[in-house]
Design a protein around this ligand. Sequence first.
Ligand code: ADP
Ligand code: ADP
Ligand code: ZN
Length: 211
Amino acid sequence: MRRVLFLGPPGAGKGTQAKKISEEFNIPIIATGDLLRENVKKGTELGKIAKKYMDEGTLVPDDIMLKIIEQAIKDLDSFILDGFPRTIKQAEGLEMLLNKLNKNLEYVIYFDVPDEEIIRRLTARRICPECNRIYNLNFNPPKNDEECDECKVKLITRDDDKEQVIRKRIEVFKENTYPLVEFYDKRNILYRIDGTGDTNEIEKRIKEIIL
Ligand code: ADP
Ligand code: ADP
Ligand code: ZN
C-alpha cells in the first residue's frame, strides 16, 4: 500500500515519473490536469469552467478541485497524486478527506528543477491525446514523427504550453503551491529530490524513498 504525492513546478517531470512508478508498483495515478483536460475535451460543464483558468495558467477554484479529488480517491487504497493539491486550502481539504477515509499520505516527493530547465522542457512537450503519455521533442521524442508509440495517434501540444502561459504557471506555482513544501515538511513526510538528469536515475531516487 502506497499513498504518494508528487509535488513540483510545472514541467518538473511529475507525470513522467508517475507513469513509471505506477507501472512498476501497480499504483493508480490521479492526475488532476489530465482529469480536467478530459472534461474540456468532452465539453462538460466542469470542462467549460476549467478551460478559462487553464488557458491563462491560473488555478481552477479549490472547491471544484476538492469535489473532483473526493470522487477520484474514495475507493482507492493506493494512489499517486500528480498535480493535486496545489494550494494550502486543497492540502487541508485533502487531509480532512483522508482522515475521514481512515487513510494517510505517506510520501510527498518534491521535484527540484530550475526555471530555465522548465521552460526548455515545456516548450518541447507533446502529449498523446489517447493515453496521456508524455513526450519531449528534445529529450524523449516518439519513434515516429510526432505520433504516440503505443496508440499511433498524432501527438498534441497542450494549449497552456506556450512560453507566456508557462511563465504565468511558474509564478502561480511559487505563490500558491510552493508553500506546501513547508506544510508537508512539518508533517515529516516531505522528501526532496533533484529532478534533473536522466529519467531512469530520477526514478531510482524515488524508489529509494518509497520502497
Ligand atoms: P509535469 O507533469 O511535472 O508537468 P512532465 O512529466 O509532463 O512534467 O514533463 C515535462 C516535459 O519534460 C515533458 O516533455 C517530458 O518528456 C520532459 N521531461 C520529463 N523528465 C525529464 C528529464 N528528467 N529530463 C528532461 N526532460 C524531461
Ligand atoms: P503542469 O504539471 O504542467 O503544471 P497540470 O496538467 O498538472 O500541469 O495542470 C494543468 C492546469 O490544470 C493547471 O495550470 C491548472 O489550471 C489546472 N489544474 C490542475 N490541477 C489543479 C489543481 N489541483 N488546482 C487547481 N487547478 C489545477
Ligand atoms: Zn498514446
